[in-house]
Ligand binder design. Structure first.
Ligand SMILES: [Zn+2]
Length: 292
């Protein structure tokens, strides 16, 4: 019984490890999850429709047999009641839909089910596999700005929409510029090449799909981040372009010069009620996340 109790507190990462190491089974995980719902839902009322775990497992198992396509198989999931689920009541929290049983899955549900077939490193499973788990519930509260007394970084006017629009290629697409004369790559794009001083003679160069290596790094213990320190890096990309980036999903002790990295699109901060996104680097773990 003690082992079953522990199952209630597993993160997805540790549940996957436990499944892979055959220390637990999908049946045990589903039963533990179901028992938690039964225990807490009368007070929380968080779940509207709960499927019998054995029924749910029947439709999901047996696996395809190929471990690389089964990345999240065996992990119990919950879906928001807004997404149609074929053959399962979907009410959107409204009495109007109290008896609504859709005959097909919503795109999000379909995507979830086919996600395991994504190439390794992509999709939900890939992100779960590479993510650095939060160390405590306090870290979660801080990350969600739910903890009293922590610095709230969401104030201020935020970045103007015109700036977002003007810099969208660089900020959203991670697009730099390659000099047509000497082939030097710059990020952000410049008007004058610092390699050969040619002016306004560039072509677009996308950096997001590539890799890079850490040239230099620093730990910022003062930046208000849920789990200090913030890791800042100077990365040289495959194209020889040096970019200043924050690092994510890494621990300070992993950092060294020449560390191989790839690039992920993440939220940097939130201001004026708007999130501000940009690219971060993350240690390359196995196959590249976005290679193409
Ligand atoms: Zn040049």
């Amino acid at each position: 019984m003690e082992a079953m109790d522990n199952l209630d507190t597993l993160t997805i990462s540790s549940a996957l490890e436990s499944l892979e190491g055959q220390k637990t089974s999908p049946q045990e995980l589903a039963t533990a999850c179901h028992r938690q719902i039964q225990r807490l839902n009368p007070a929380l009322n968080a779940f509207i429709t709960v499927i019998d775990p054995q029924e749910a497992l029947k439709s999901q198992l047996p696996s395809t047999g190929d471990p690389s396509t089964d990345a999240l198989r065996g992990i119990p999931i919950a879906l928001k009641d807004l997404f149609d689920t074929a053959g399962i009541r979907t009410t959107a929290g409204s009495t109007f839909f109290a008896d609504h049983v859709p005959d097909q899955d919503a795109f999000v549900v379909e995507k979830q089910e086919t996600d395991a077939a994504q190439p390794r490193g992509r999709g939900v499973a890939g992100f779960v596999a590479r993510r650095r788990p939060l160390v405590s519930y306090d870290s979660y509260l801080a990350a969600r700005n739910l903890a009293p007394g922590t610095a709230d970084r969401r104030g201020g006017a935020g970045i103007a929409a015109t700036v977002h629009h003007r810099e969208r290629d660089a900020d959203i697409g991670f697009v730099g510029a390659r000099c047509r004369r000497c082939r030097t790559v710059h990020f952000p794009a410049q008007r004058v090449c610092y390699g050969c001083h040619a002016k306004d003679d560039f072509e677009r160069e996308r950096l997001s799909g590539g890799r890079g290596r850490v040239m230099s790094y620093s730990f910022d213990h003062f930046f208000p981040t849920p789990e200090p320190p913030l890791i800042t890096t100077m990365v040289e990309t495959d194209q020889g372009c040096r970019v200043y980036l924050q690092m994510t999903d890494a621990r300070p002790e992993e950092l060294r010069c020449d560390l191989a990295v790839e690039f992920v699109f993440r939220r940097i901060h939130e201001a004026g009620g708007k999130p501000n996104y940009f690219w971060k680097c993350t240690p390359l773990r196995g196959e590249p996340c976005f290679s193409d």
